[in-house]
Design a protein around this ligand. Sequence first.
Ligand code: FES
Ligand code: FES
Length: 183
Amino acid sequence: MIRADKRGGKDHARPKPETIRLRVNGAWHELAVGRDVSQAETLSHLLRERFGLTGLKLSCEEGACGACTVILDGKAVLSCMTLAVELDGRSVVTIEGLPKDDPVIEAFAGQCEPGYGTALQCGYCTPGFVMASRALLDENPAPTPAEIKEGLSGNLCRCGCYAGIARAVWHASRKTAAKGGGK
Ligand code: FES
Ligand code: FES
């Protein structure tokens, strides 16, 4: 389930800057606080409404489901629990920023295996799982099944595709290893 440490903000006591610079999928953007981004705006809202990056999904909006997961400076974070104004100088990657042939994406799309099933049905949870899995494999390129389960424990799938998801991540890790290691 959700962890408070997946919030992306760093220092809540620091005075808020008048502008922030945020790197989104490789491109830097300067945002005026109060004009381009409000003090209370979440990263999820900013990414979806200002940048049009609607790959990340919103479901609970209270840190309980993982559908809004993005990667912030290499770590999976819940964008619905992260204040955008706290991210000056930081780098965020959404599912739109992953290469189309990312082994995780390919593994989720191709997963269909007796005993495990598919990695997605309705697909609503999929972007969050993909980003959490990408961050997991970047940190640990060859996780055990138990480590995969633990690493994805903050993400929920209402369609119950957990076995297929875990298997897809395992396949992605093996494919990455066969290509010569992690990113
Ligand atoms: S929408 Fe962010 S954790 Fe559920
Ligand atoms: S595939 Fe439907 S919620 Fe996960």
